[in-house]
Design a protein around this ligand. Structure first.
Ligand code: GDP
Ligand code: IMO
Ligand code: MG
Length: 424
């Protein structure tokens, strides 16, 4: 096969990537994260218990799978080690199943402080960041100041750390509320975590990944966040700081574009968004609240209530196009079980004109035009065969396939591993 398949989100994150990666992993030997950091919260529900991963790839709960934290990821050692401890408490050491790229950048305690200071300074215009230090860490990466896992092996690491910390402190002193951010306590935990992580292999993962590809090892790349949070093509500036699209796999793992295989694009049967920024189909009424309650739409990383709304076909088609999606996966279909009517935005009205193209500002001032569907009004959470799904739901699926020009291969009907229907 010599290609790497990809799982990524097509909306604003939290589509259910963790569950899908876990479900698909029995078909793969390697799972690799290629971007993002602990702003991600990927839930995997096993026998009713939810496990949330922030940095560790979602293949970790399957035996015989190698999990790689790729060069494109930014890592907070404290959060990573906490995750590792929780996983190891369940099933023993994972030292031989988790590998970290020497090129992966470190999130410093002062990156977190800078994130908080920057958001506070923005006031009402804040991004709604998860405050994990993601933006400042990627800024240091592109600004050529960052520290990487490989640097931990250098005798002068501490000196390098102090130089960067000093630079951050100077930056922080320009913020009015600088005194709010005391990083000493976190710094102590940070160094402890760094030392504990030394039992893991820090590797030139670009060589490992390519060697595995040449050997024909089945590999899966796991995206974090979602396409509409991509720093280049998302709803800028209300985005994250990495390339969340399929293109990010190449730079985030070191694989050539010709090595990208299937691209699994994941979306919810409706839409959610956490943090600020345009969300054309957002519902501010009871229907939105119903979606939030039934879908348990509260952030896996921050616990914040997620904003909810109808499926947005303009945005979905854009994401399918930008990623070259080959296979669609529809999540949380069961959340729609009780609705009489389900709406989908099929175009936007913008300045007296109608468009089906996602605008450069993410649709700040558009009015969505909706197509209505009859709800199926049945509990589908126990269904395991596609043919047993209600006709109204199959109509909904067929409509999405026609609009996107892409087949829906999997339908998810509940959080657990087994609540999944493979179509075709
Ligand atoms: P990720 O960030 O894309 O991995 O998604 P999250 O884990 O942040 O959020 C998805 C949430 O939906 C988690 O709580 C999952 O357990 C849950 N979930 C996943 N698939 C389904 C589904 O088909 N139905 C329902 N009801 N919940 C689901
Ligand atoms: P997963 O992988 C949903 C959002 C934040 C904020 C913006 C920038 O679980 O789908 P950042 O912390 O990157 O500075 O935040 O992006 N965001 C996410 N929203 N799911 C995520 O990850 C997210 N990661 C970041 O809420 O609006
Ligand atoms: Mg999430």
């Amino acid at each position: 096969m010599n290609q790497i398949d990809v799982v990524l989100g097509l909306q604003w994150g939290d589509e259910g990537k963790g569950k899908v990666v876990d479900c698909l992993t029995p078909g793969y030997k390697v799972v690799a994260r290629f971007q993002g950091g602990p702003n991600a919260g990927h839930s995997i529900s096993i026998e009713g218990k939810s496990h949330v991963l922030h940095t560790v790839p979602s293949g970790i709960f399957r035996d015989g799978v190698l999990n790689i934290i790729g060069n494109g990821v930014v890592v907070d050692p404290v959060i990573l080690y906490d995750e590792i401890s929780k996983i190891e408490a369940l099933g023993g050491p994972i030292t031989d199943r988790l590998i970290i790229s020497k090129r992966a950048h470190l999130i410093l305690p002062t990156h977190r402080a800078l994130d908080a200071a920057s958001e506070a300074a923005k006031g009402k215009a804040k991004i709604g960041s998860t405050l994990k230090g993601i933006g400042p860490a990627y800024m240091d990466k592109t600004g050529r100041n960052g520290l990487r896992f490989g640097d931990l092996l250098l005798p002068e690491f501490e000196q390098k750390y102090l130089a960067l910390k000093n630079k951050h402190q100077q930056l922080l002193s320009h913020y009015k509320d600088f005194s709010m951010f005391n990083t000493d306590e976190y710094e102590q935990k940070w160094f402890e975590a760094v030392n504990k992580l030394r039992r893991f292999q820090f590797v030139d993962t670009e060589f490992l990944v390519n060697r595995k590809l040449d050997e024909g090892t089945p590999m899966l790349a796991e995206g974090a966040q979602g396409s509409l949070l991509d720093v280049e093509f998302g709803s800028y500036p209300f985005v994250t700081s990495s390339n969340t699209l399929a293109a990010g796999v190449c730079s985030g793992l070191g694989v050539a574009p010709s090595k990208i295989g299937k691209v699994y694009g994941i979306f919810k049967a409706y839409c959610t968004r956490v943090g600020s920024g345009p969300f054309p189909t957002e519902l501010f009424d009871e229907t939105g609240e119903t979606l939030r309650q039934i879908g348990k739409e509260f952030g896996a990383t921050t616990g914040r209530p997620r904003r909810c709304g109808w499926l947005d076909m303009v945005a979905l088609k854009y994401a399918v196009m930008m990623n070259g999606v080959t296979d669609l996966i529809m999540m949380k279909s069961d959340v729609m079980d009780g609705f009489d009517t389900i709406k989908v935005a099929t175009s936007y009205k913008m300045g007296g004109q109608t468009t089906t193209e996602y605008p450069y500002d993410g649709g700040t001032s558009v009015e969505p035009v909706y197509t209505e569907f009859k709800g199926w009004k049945k509990d589908i959470s126990g269904v395991r065969k596609y043919e047993d799904l209600p006709a109204e739901m199959k109509d909904y699926v067929a409509f999405i396939e026609k609009e996107t020009g892409c087949p829906i291969r999997i339908v998810s009907v509940g959080p657990d591993r087994d609540a999944i229907i493979f179509k075709d």
